[in-house]
Design a protein around this ligand. Structure first.
Ligand SMILES: [Mn+2]
Length: 486
């Protein structure tokens, strides 16, 4: 009897969970707003001047509760963010060499920047501080406009209150509201199509800029219009709002792993004795913040409109840019701080984007990718007509192969061999125990999980390479020690 009751109880829970699944997202957004709206009644403040850390515990119990609710929901302390001045300026984080650099040339040319923010259910103070930060740190003669693309947010304070906030500025701030959720990828294409400036600067909407961040980006694009100019990303702590960046650190470069997931890698020590103001070539970019010549952006086909929300598009754009005649360069004197949440508070699944990327750009690496991400295979057959357009784009632009990209642009990458017959499970005779690699990177025995093809446990798969070395199929190798090209 007791067992039956338990089963009934579980079934009821499952029923409720599945029943509310569809509405869950909408309801969650609405609930998110209710929490954030409670902030509107609080007074703003001037904490955290210069980008210093604030350890903020509100005096009132109810505000403490609000703070806890918000951190639980968004992983960012928006209660603290509201107490930090919307106009705060962060102190200097550039390398001393950057301060001696003169950019007078760029003020004599006519290329101006359209700064594009894509906004989806952003908290008030982080959004407004991002916009003010531009106004306080960029030479306004280089800024054509600020464009806000509201991605059909359902927070009401992003309505009229935002309309009122952005009028009467020294440069035009244009707000476009999308009638349907488009996601970052399509939203940025829309932003690009509205831009009047010759340079597009895509930014995230929870950032703060170090002084002098725009000049190096514009200078790079004026000098080399087929290059993408990427700032250095500093960290704004999600709980203390400390803006931290070591002026003497070297920028990390962008890479990817075996499954084409974006990653960072460091510049080897012997390459560190160079002019600290000069840009560095990077195989990939994180994609949240960068500048690109508008004509070049359109020439390269903008973003792939068939992709969803965000994810993978940065690596796709990186490979596309390099193989179709462009470059990606990090401008070390351009520093922008970004609030990194611990996790996203809305759902997204970039699997389809990964399959589109693989189908159009990866040539024979595609099969190696699918062996590790077999969940992406079903997506590879869909939308063939829109995929066709991207394949034609690649052909029309006469882009180089993915092999060329690996050889010339990212030679540090250790490509898996995937020789048929040389990879699989290593198991005990009774098929009970399998050799696996733990999350900590240790080799362990664990219960075998021979699942369907779509659920291959990568940590239990091994491959034997040509040197007779046994390697984990899923885990990433360190990068090859190859000389960097600048
Ligand atoms: Mn972000």
């Amino acid at each position: 009897m007791k067992n039956k009751l338990w089963i009934l109880f579980l079934l009821t829970i499952i029923f409720f969970l599945s029943h509310f699944h569809i509405h869950k997202n909408i309801k969650r957004e609405a609930k998110n707003e209710v929490i954030l709206k409670r902030l509107e009644n609080l007074k703003g403040g001037k904490l955290g001047a210069d980008g210093k850390a604030v350890h903020f515990v509100p005096v009132k119990k109810e505000i403490q509760n609000l703070q806890n609710d918000i951190i639980a929901k968004f992983t960012i302390d928006h209660v603290l963010s509201d107490r930090i001045g919307l106009h705060r300026k962060v102190s200097e984080h550039r390398h001393p060499q950057c301060l001696t650099k003169i950019y007078s040339k760029i003020f004599k040319q006519s290329k101006k920047a359209s700064i594009i923010f894509n906004v989806f259910n952003e908290a008030w103070s982080t959004l407004i501080r991002s916009v003010f930060s531009i106004l306080h740190t960029a030479p306004l003669s280089l800024v054509e406009e600020i464009i806000l693309i509201d991605d059909n947010s359902d927070f009401s304070f992003l309505g009229e209150r935002l309309d009122q906030k952005i009028i009467n500025f020294s440069i035009p701030i244009r707000l476009t509201r999308l009638k349907e959720r488009a996601g970052l990828i399509k939203g940025r294409n829309i932003g690009a199509s509205l831009a009047k400036g010759e340079i597009l600067v895509f930014l995230d909407c929870h950032i703060e800029c170090n002084d002098g961040w725009l000049e190096p980006l514009v200078a790079q694009i004026v000098e080399n219009p087929t290059s993408i100019a990427v700032p250095v990303i500093a960290v704004i702590d999600r709980l203390t709002f400390e803006f931290s960046h070591d002026p003497f650190s070297f920028p990390q470069l962008g890479s990817f792993d075996k499954t084409l997931n974006f990653n960072w890698f460091s510049i080897p020590d012997e390459d560190r004795s160079r002019d600290r103001t000069e840009s560095l070539r990077s195989p990939t970019m994180a994609g949240g913040l960068y500048a690109i010549d508008k004509n070049w952006f359109h020439h390269l086909g903008g973003y792939d409109d068939g992709m969803d929300i965000w994810g993978v598009e940065n690596v796709e754009m990186s490979v596309r840019t390099w193989t179709c005649g462009g470059s990606i360069r990090i401008a070390p004197c351009s520093i922008i701080g970004h609030v990194f949440p611990e996790k996203s508070f809305y759902r997204r699944d970039p699997t389809r984007n990964l399959a589109r990327f693989a189908e159009v750009w990866l040539d024979d690496y595609k099969s190696k990718l699918y062996r590790r991400t077999s969940f992406a295979i079903p997506y590879s057959f869909k939308n063939s007509s829109s995929l066709q357009k991207r394949k034609e784009l690649r052909q029309n632009l006469q882009c180089r192969s993915f092999r060329w990209f690996l050889d010339e642009i990212f030679p540090q990458f250790i490509e898996p061999e995937d020789k048929i017959g040389q990879f699989g499970f290593l198991h005990s005779p009774n098929l009970e125990w399998c050799l696996a690699i733990s999350a900590a990177g240790e080799i362990i025995w664990e219960q075998c999980r021979f699942q369907s093809y779509g659920n291959r446990p990568l940590e239990q798969l091994w491959e034997l390479d040509s040197n007779g070395q046994l390697k984990s199929f899923g885990q990433n190798d360190k990068l090859k020690d190859t000389e960097l090209k600048f």
